[in-house]
Design a protein around this ligand. Structure first.
Ligand SMILES: C[S@@+](CC[C@H](N)C(=O)[O-])C[C@H]1O[C@@H](n2cnc3c(N)ncnc32)[C@H](O)[C@@H]1O
Length: 238
């Protein structure tokens, strides 16, 4: 949960474009979140029981390779570390180098690695079992590009989770006033799930409530290819 006043006090101006990041919204988000990195842990609050509830939807993560997209200062890392165990691994990814610096200073483990990248254009060296976008989806340039990247970077049968511990209406109102240039409104969870389904995901769980927003989907490449050959060609959809 975000202390919106604190966010607004760090205004966005100018850009320090990264050559690696081609999307304009991602470049602006990088500048925005670089500036917030040092104070992020005082601004954002993540009640343990709500985070546990979200991660609980994934079932066991023992031994899994998990990507924490938009890790920020790494709030999810301790939760994920205890869930994946020593046989699993975590890749904490963020487009803000400053966020990654802060996360790196706080968390260290043999099975934990960090990467600065725009997830939307990212290519994993090894496909993941689970991809989590916790509390970062509104900052993605294109919702469909998230699912494209998740489909590209997951093993078949892998899970993708988009989650917030606040409701969509509250999140959209907060971003509309406090982060207008670096966010899009969250769509209804059912619409987000439909985007995933068009890319070969099967929806496992949905929440679009006052205090929770969640889409959990499993990649099913076989079903996707079967349905592709049954359908007539269509123009690409978002
Ligand atoms: C609101 S913060 C949340 C950070 C963390 N998940 C938390 O809950 O404390 C959103 C984070 O997502 C990152 N981010 C936004 N767009 C991204 C993208 N396209 N690829 C990777 N990270 C992104 C931002 O840099 C920022 O650190």
């Amino acid at each position: 949960m975000l202390n919106a006043e604190a966010v607004s006090s760090s205004s966005m101006s100018g850009t320090c474009a990264s050559r690696d990041i081609s999307r304009e919204l991602s470049r602006d988000a990088q500048v925005f979140f670089d500036r917030l990195a040092e104070t992020w842990d005082h601004i954002a609050h993540h009640p343990r029981e709500r985070v546990e509830r979200v991660l609980g939807t994934l079932g066991t993560l023992q031994g899994k390779m998990v990507v924490d997209v938009g890790t920020g200062t790494g709030v999810l890392i301790p939760y994920l570390a205890s869930r994946v165990g020593p046989e699993g691994s975590i890749l904490a990814l963020d487009l803000s180098p400053r966020m990654i610096e802060v996360a790196r200073a706080k968390h260290r483990a043999d099975n934990l690695s960090f990467e600065v990248a725009d997830f939307l254009d990212w290519q994993a060296t090894r496909p993941a079992d689970v991809i989590i976008a916790y509390s970062c989806f509104p900052h993605f340039d294109e919702p469909g590009a998230f699912w494209d990247s998740a489909a590209r970077n997951l093993v078949d049968g892998g899970l993708a989770l988009v989650a917030h511990i606040e409701g969509r209406i509250r999140i959209n109102a907060m971003h509309g006033t406090r982060a207008p240039g670096v966010s899009h409104p969250l769509p209804p969870a059912r619409e987000l799930a439909a985007m995933a389904e068009r890319r070969g995901f099967e929806t496992l769980s949905l929440a679009d409530e006052e205090d929770a927003y969640l889409v959990l989907a499993r990649l099913d490449r076989g079903a996707f290819h079967r349905s592709y050959f049954l359908q007539s060609p269509q123009s690409p959809e978002k």
